[in-house]
Design a protein around this ligand. Structure first.
Ligand code: HEC
Length: 212
């Protein structure tokens, strides 16, 4: 009687057993696909955090030399570097640090250059400038009412990493006119992606004006 019932409904049984085996896997897959994005890392700092080991942990993508005797090295974290290599826009989580140096001078006041015409670094500028892109900034993280999309700015003492005492308002105002995503060194980023190595850029303008 049972055998007969089983024989008659064999296909139904097989389907039921297969369904029982597959359903939990399917359910797990669906629920994992629907999971909310991971919560942002809780923040213990106000504003942009100083990326203490940027020289080791970040990748240098450019050096920018200007006729006023300044040399700036620009470093970006892995999130930003990966995006740049894929020619994507800089994602949330990108951190960029720029440090500067004055070129060494000879006794007659001209800048010392190496065989490539590159300035030889002298004293560092007293600050390291940092930009960070996050989605979870709160009003308390800004010292200026100006905004640059999801970017925030920080300035840190070159030697100690402590907050450097300068207004961040100018950062927002100037970067507001940057060529792309409030970022000035986009061309250097693209050149870096193409070359696969940091690029040396001889900017023709002085100060903090955009290079031509
Ligand atoms: C008057 C314009 C100006 C001001 C003010 C300014 N920057 Fe910039 N910034 C630039 C330019 C131009 C570059 C490109 C590098 C270069 O040419 O030296 C740059 C580059 C940067 C970079 C590298 C990424 C990028 O956007 O290219 C960071 C990080 C940065 N600035 C942070 C800051 C911070 C922090 C402040 C304020 C404390 C600040 N900047 C103020 C013009 C400015």
């Amino acid at each position: 009687m049972i055998r007969k019932f089983f024989k008659k409904n064999r296909l139904t049984f097989i389907i039921a057993i297969v369904a029982l085996a597959v359903l939990p896997v399917l359910a797990a897959w669906v629920s994992s696909a629907n999971l909310a994005p991971p919560a942002p890392t809780p923040r213990s700092v106000v504003g942009v955090a100083y990326p203490r080991n940027y020289r080791q942990d970040f990748t240098q993508y450019a050096t920018i030399q200007r006729p006023d005797g300044t040399i700036r090295d620009v470093y970006m974290n892995a999130v930003g570097i990966a995006a740049v290599k894929g020619y994507h826009i800089l994602p949330i989580g990108t951190v960029i640090a720029i440090e500067g140096y004055n070129a060494l001078k000879t006794a007659d006041g001209s800048y010392v250059t190496d065989a490539n015409g590159h300035y030889v670094k002298g004293d560092p500028l007293p600050f390291v400038h940092v930009r960070e892109k996050r989605i979870d900034w709160t009003a308390a993280d800004f010292t200026s009412s100006a905004r640059n999309g999801s970017w925030n700015f920080g300035s840190f003492d070159f030697k100690t990493g402590a907050t450097y005492n300068e207004s961040l308002n100018a950062c927002f105002l100037c970067h507001n006119t940057a060529p792309e995503d409030f970022t000035y060194s986009v061309e250097q980023m693209a050149d870096f992606a193409y070359a696969g190595a940091p690029v040396y850029f001889m900017c023709r303008t002085t100060g903090r004006t955009a290079c031509e």
